[in-house]
Design a protein around this ligand. Structure first.
Ligand code: SAH
Length: 465
């Protein structure tokens, strides 16, 4: 039973500090069910992999339970080979500090999302590849699965319920370990120990921040609690009470899904360049970034001295906090710091603070607005704030067919209220221009396809003099 975790964060050997385990040493730990061995098959600056290998004592395990099962069960069972709750126990005991999100030597890194890939050599999964995907993809993982034949000599028997599971995501190590800790026993659908009330506590603790918003939370809870109905019910009730109303966490999970879809072409990067280039040629000096999210556009704008005043606005406190952190505003030299301001506010309401700017960028935001609110937003921006230039980007729905799979269903992001075709966007944009005294032009962003256009569409409005 083998788990490997690889990072390509540089220096990758920081993984040793994050796990509190020295990459140069092989370590072995006696466990209640056998032995656990920890080693690093590779440890370079570019790439570092840790391997956790469990050596399960199959005969020792069934000793004392001889009356259960069939006669040879103590010799013939899958326990030594598949990832099961033994793996969770080992993760907890051996990576306990990292599982708690702590790191003495790299505390900041422990709180940072890093590129990780994890492989479980063998997981049993009665629900097949589909269930594996349903469990991991909503958490933002890219999932790939190797199927294993029941018997390679008898292909007509078909596939076994065993899989090799590969996961990849940009996550905090603590998140990755927590997800593994909870979901491995869920896959195995069996726990080697008695499940009681304290397991409910454990599930709620490890599930904090993600389980309540996971589409498969019921299945996860039931299986984790080994189908003990009363326990599962009380856990689910508490999950809903304690965690449901956290739209920010939901947004974070969904954004990760969206990032995954778009990463292949780093569309976000191309979008930022297109928007900044447009703002630059408009001659704008004082600019608004409306729905600024975590501040990526602001960072690009800061790099260009032309933009003497940059105001980022968002409705989400959490996003503004992250923008504040990511831009390292505290650490900027005073001259730089004075150029940027982050304010909380909603585009649905008239806001005096938005008046008097040269330009406004609204990047990947309108599709998050409820269609009935769109009319209010139009007046807020084009009638009251009325900057000389407005740049809006939004997904081109037609392009979605060019992506093999959209994890969020029909849209690129679950929180999208709509995604428009080019004709729909242009119709709306021209009507806005006409009503508020602007002209508008359209540009594709990202690789353009002859048939369906580019993945992102951009409208640029210029106010009539
Ligand atoms: N412009 C950023 C973020 C896009 S995600 C980027 O391109 O990376 C959409 C953002 O719009 C989120 O940060 C969300 O909090 C914000 N948002 C959604 N509805 C809003 C509203 N009514 N007013 C202001 N911001 C809003």
């Amino acid at each position: 039973m083998l788990l490997t975790i690889t990072t390509t964060h540089t220096p990758a050997t920081d993984l040793g500090y994050l796990l509190h385990k020295n990459p140069a040493r092989l370590q072995s730990f006696p466990m209640s069910f056998g032995q656990a061995h920890l080693f690093y098959p590779e440890a370079s600056v570019e790439r570092c992999t840790v391997a956790l290998l469990l050596d399960v004592d199959a005969i020792g395990l069934v000793r004392g339970h001889e009356s259960e099962g069939f006669a040879l069960q103590q010799y013939v069972n899958d326990r030594p080979y598949v990832a099961s709750s033994f793996m969770s126990v080992a993760i907890n005991q051996i990576f306990g500090t990292a599982l708690g999100g702590r790191s003495k030597e790299r505390p900041e890194l422990a709180q940072t999302a890093l590129p990780f890939a994890a492989t479980l050599a063998v997981v049993p999964c009665d629900g097949g590849e589909a269930l594996l995907r349903r469990l991991w993809e909503p958490l933002g993982y890219a999932v790939s699965v190797d199927h294993h034949a029941l018997d390679t000599h008898v292909p007509e028997w078909g596939d076994s319920p065993y899989f090799t599971l590969h996961l990849a995501a940009q996550v905090r190590l603590q998140e990755l370990l927590t997800h593994l800790y909870v979901l491995i026993p869920v896959l195995d659908n069996d726990k080697h120990y008695y499940v009681g009330d304290d397991e409910v506590e454990k599930l709620l603790r490890f599930g904090h921040g993600w389980l309540a918003i996971h589409p498969e939370r019921e299945l996860i809870t039931q299986r984790y609690l080994k189908h003990r109905k009363s326990l599962a019910q009380s856990a689910l009730a508490r999950l809903v009470e304690a965690e449901q109303p956290d739209p920010d966490a939901l947004e974070a999970v969904h954004s990760r899904e969206e990032a995954l879809v778009e990463e292949r072409i780093s569309l976000q990067q191309q979008r930022m360049s297109a928007v900044v280039e447009t703002l630059r040629t408009s001659g704008a000096r004082r600019v608004l970034d409306l729905g600024c999210g975590e501040g990526q556009l602001i960072r690009t704008l800061l790099a260009d001295k032309q933009f003497g005043e940059i105001v980022g606005m968002d409705v989400s406190h959490r996003n503004l906090e992250r923008a504040h952190e990511r831009l390292h505003i505290e650490r900027l030299p005073q001259m730089q710091r004075e150029r940027v301001r982050l304010i909380q506010g909603s585009l649905n309401y008239r806001d005096q603070r938005l008046a008097g700017y040269d330009a406004a960028a609204v990047v990947e935001v309108i599709e998050h607005l409820d269609p009935p609110r769109l009319a209010a937003f139009e007046r807020v921006l084009w009638e009251w704030a009325k900057p000389s230039t407005v740049v809006v980007t939004t997904p081109n729905a037609e392009y979605n067919v060019r992506w093999e799979r959209l994890p969020a269903g029909n849209f690129r992001h679950r929180d999208h209220r709509f995604e428009w075709t080019r004709a729909e966007f242009q119709r709306w944009a021209m009507s806005v221009a006409e009503r508020f005294g602007y002209s508008v032009q359209f540009f594709p962003v990202g690789p353009e396809d002859a048939e369906v256009g580019a993945p992102t569409q951009m409208g640029v409005w210029t106010r009539h003099a």
